[in-house]
Ligand binder design. Sequence first.
Ligand SMILES: [Zn+2]
Length: 146
Amino acid sequence: MQQLPIAEVTKTFRFESSHQLYGHNGKCARVHGHSYIVELTLRGNLIQEGSSEGMVVDFGDIKHVWFKLIDSVLDHAHLNDVLPVRSTAENMCFWILNRLKQMSHLPVHKIRLWETASGSATIWIGDQVGVEFPYLTKKELEEEPV
Ligand SMILES: [Zn+2]
């Protein structure tokens, strides 16, 4: 059987948020903000026909889903108010990954979140097999996928 080619595509997004890590032994215990940068990597077979032939997914589709599901929640928000988890960069990667996997049809493979110019967290499918992500609310789980 002939195998279809697999590729990864990455799109970068940016959002601005404030947060506060209660109980943190450092300056993140104070209210402050970040200009977050996210690298969203998708992996899959190339589409074989139609307007997206030769693509893993149309960059326009990634942008549409990102703004509808993630940017609309996180941008210019106080993360303590909108996330069901402590807003560490690592937890935010899990939340973004889980929300995109549960609520879209994007073949998400990896999330890298830059909290500062020199500090980022990365997670990817494969390391996370069998891991429970208790990061979506019941309401999120009931929404229709984009
Ligand atoms: Zn911070």
